[in-house]
Design a binder for this molecule. Structure first.
Ligand SMILES: CC(C)(COP(=O)(O)OP(=O)(O)OC[C@H]1O[C@@H](n2cnc3c(N)ncnc32)[C@H](O)[C@@H]1OP(=O)(O)O)[C@@H](O)C(=O)NCCC(=O)NCCS
Length: 166
């Protein structure tokens, strides 16, 4: 997938596949997150992204693992959308999304769900799965707004969502 542009709250953002040299920018973005955003993304405390974690997140093969980033005009990353395909048949993929606090609630999350779904579908993924806090209405609305229908099971405040993407 090539890059595309998008205007969010008056700021032109470039949406493009993540690159191996995004590690430092990914860690910088993470340092700017509020505790709430980190908790919603990682379902726990995760104040720092280690260099090893950042390398793992930025080194993807584009088929089994893929991620999109949104980059602002200064070159800072402001959002990530990713999927990791799951064994045994690799037809389902676990997805995760995070938008920097200053850019939340402007439609970026919903747009990233749609773009990730298009790439995943072309790569042969049939279903997205995600673990989301039951209180995280923004993520659940973003899935719905992007046209995904979720069946869910709930356990201790976490909803396990399964969403066909065909
Ligand atoms: C969840 C997240 C990715 C959504 O991205 P976003 O850019 O903020 O979402 P959008 O602006 O596209 O909004 C999506 C929908 O959620 C709604 N919404 C946004 N913030 C909301 C909030 N705090 N409470 C309820 N609904 C909210 C929007 O109104 C929209 O719904 P609508 O079209 O029915 O009005 C983003 O908020 C985020 O990064 N949160 C922290 C990390 C996280 O929760 N990750 C999910 C775990 S995988």
């Amino acid at each position: 997938m090539s890059s595309t542009s998008m205007l969010i709250d008056g700021v032109p953002l470039v949406i493009r596949p993540i690159r191996a040299d995004d590690s430092a920018a990914l860690r910088a973005m993470h340092r700017g997150f509020t505790e709430r955003t980190i908790y919603q993304r990682f379902l726990g405390l995760h104040p720092d992204l280690s260099p090893t974690e950042a390398d793992y997140f930025t080194h993807v093969d584009g088929v089994g693992r893929f991620a999109l980033v949104a980059e602002d005009p200064a070159g800072a990353l402001v959002a990530v959308a990713r999927y990791d395909r799951l064994p045994p048949d690799w037809r389902s993929a676990e997805v995760a999304f995070v938008v920097a606090d200053a850019y939340q609630h402007h439609g970026l999350g919903t747009a990233l769900v749609s773009m990730l779904r298009e790439h995943a579908r072309e790569a042969g993924v049939q279903c997205f799965v995600a673990d989301v806090l039951t209180t995280n209405l923004a993520m659940q609305h973003a899935f719905n707004d992007a046209g995904l229908c979720a069946s869910s099971t709930r356990d201790h405040g976490v909803a396990h969502l399964e969403m066909p993407i065909l």
